[in-house]
Write a protein that binds this ligand. Structure first.
Ligand SMILES: Nc1nc2c(c(=O)[nH]1)N[C@H]1C(S)=C(S)[C@@H](COP(=O)(O)O)O[C@H]1N2
Ligand SMILES: [Mo]
Length: 369
């Protein structure tokens, strides 16, 4: 293969080999959503995945302010109470980490080693961003809006705050929120207390937590998380394309019961209802297919309409399970024609690895208690 060795890839390491202690350290901090939680339409907060680049900051609303400035006529700051007094909306949104699937790519980037669990759907409550910016008077030369978190760290050798930008046209969308609650509760520390950005349809890195500053800018933002991380690059010195919206994915709630260590599933022979969820940030999912033979033959699953524009859709499939070993698979396609390919294009950062989900199962009569 023509993949160059870089500092970001341990030489010769393939996905089947052991992950590094550094990857394990990240995996233990940033937990995924156990796939059985796909059975809930709205993910209970403690089961939603987490991705925290640096440390969870301790924030006291007594001193916390949201500063709004840059290319606006009236810069100002808001207390949490002032924001909460504004018109509020609540909507279910599926959030997924751009690195979901990374651990299975070969070779893989040494980073958070997600398998498939970096997803969750929560009901976020907040106030739309755009009216705040309009009230502040956005300058004619505005091009982007930069969102700064309170958390600091060192990444790629660079000391930084966690910051990301959005093009003005995206920041203007009515569904982009400044959110202070999740599933009806104030944001817990790990999800961005007291305030986070929420950009439905985009990968999670866009939804800046512990938000403290919103800066309208006439220039493209060149921060690390914008121009180094979250780019589709094949070689390290390539600028790459920015990672933006979520590509289609479907996951299956694992049927039956698991083996403790391997997670292989065991289920009894007979009629069985396979079920899961599917989503895409580009448009609604229009097709989910299931294979019970490792991806050779595919059959259409039943697919429910999305409960809201960027919330995952339930699917189900009736399977007559006969004794034997199987590899169950699912894959989704959205209304724009994007689908889950057998082999998604490899990239250095390990982003958007949306292989079909594969679940190993053994159908046999129950033994034991
Ligand atoms: N300030 C800040 N915001 C952040 C992050 C971060 O590390 N710091 N991680 C981002 C990434 S990569 C993801 S996938 C989502 C995860 O949100 P969650 O932990 O609430 O699921 O938050 C994003 N917002
Ligand atoms: Mo992420």
């Amino acid at each position: 293969m023509d993949r160059p060795a870089t500092e970001e890839l341990p030489p010769g390491l393939t996905a089947s080999e052991q992950i590094t202690p550094e990857e394990l350290q990240l995996a233990a901090r940033n937990h995924g959503m156990p796939l059985e939680a796909l059975r809930w339409p709205v993910t209970p907060v403690g089961l939603h995945y987490l991705l925290i680049h640096y440390d969870v900051p301790v924030v006291d609303p007594a001193w916390w302010r949201l500063e709004l400035g840059g290319r606006v006529s009236r810069a100002r700051s808001f207390t949490l109470d002032e924001l909460r007094a504004r018109p509020a909306v609540t909507r279910p949104v599926t959030m997924e980490c751009a690195g979901n699937g990374r651990a299975r790519l070969s070779p893989r980037a040494v980073s958070q080693p997600w398998l498939l669990e970096a997803v969750g759907t929560a009901e976020w409550t907040g106030t739309p961003l755009w009216p705040l910016l309009e009230e502040a008077g956005v300058a004619d030369d505005a091009a982007e809006v930069v969102f700064s978190g309170l958390d600091r760290g060192v990444e790629g050798g660079i000391e930084q705050r966690y910051e990301r930008s959005l093009p003005l046209a995206e920041a203007r969308r009515a569904d982009v929120l400044l959110a202070w609650a999740v599933n009806g509760q104030p944001l817990p520390p790990q999800h961005g207390f007291p305030l986070r950005l929420l950009v439905p349809g985009w990968y999670g890195m866009t939804s800046v937590k512990w938000l403290s500053r919103v800066t309208v800018s006439a220039e493209p933002f060149l921060g690390y998380q914008q121009v180094r991380a979250y780019r589709y690059r094949r070689v390290a010195d390539d600028d790459g394309e920015p990672v933006t919206r979520i590509v289609p994915r479907s996951l299956m709630a694992p049927p039956g019961i698991p083996d403790f260590l391997t997670r292989r599933r065991f289920l009894a022979p007979g009629p069985c209802r396979l079920e899961g969820r599917a989503w895409s940030g580009w448009g609604p999912v229009v097709r989910v297919e299931v294979s019970v033979d490792g991806g050779h033959a595919w059959d259409a699953a039943e697919l429910a309409a999305p409960p809201a524009p960027h919330a995952w859709q339930a699917w189900s499939y009736r399977w007559e399970a006969a004794p034997g070993d199987y590899e169950l698979c699912c894959r989704a396609a959205d209304a724009t024609g994007r689908e889950q390919p057998a082999e998604p294009p490899w990239n250095l950062g390990g982003y958007a690895g949306n292989h079909p989900h594969r679940v190993q199962v053994t159908v046999r009569s129950p033994a034991g208690p």
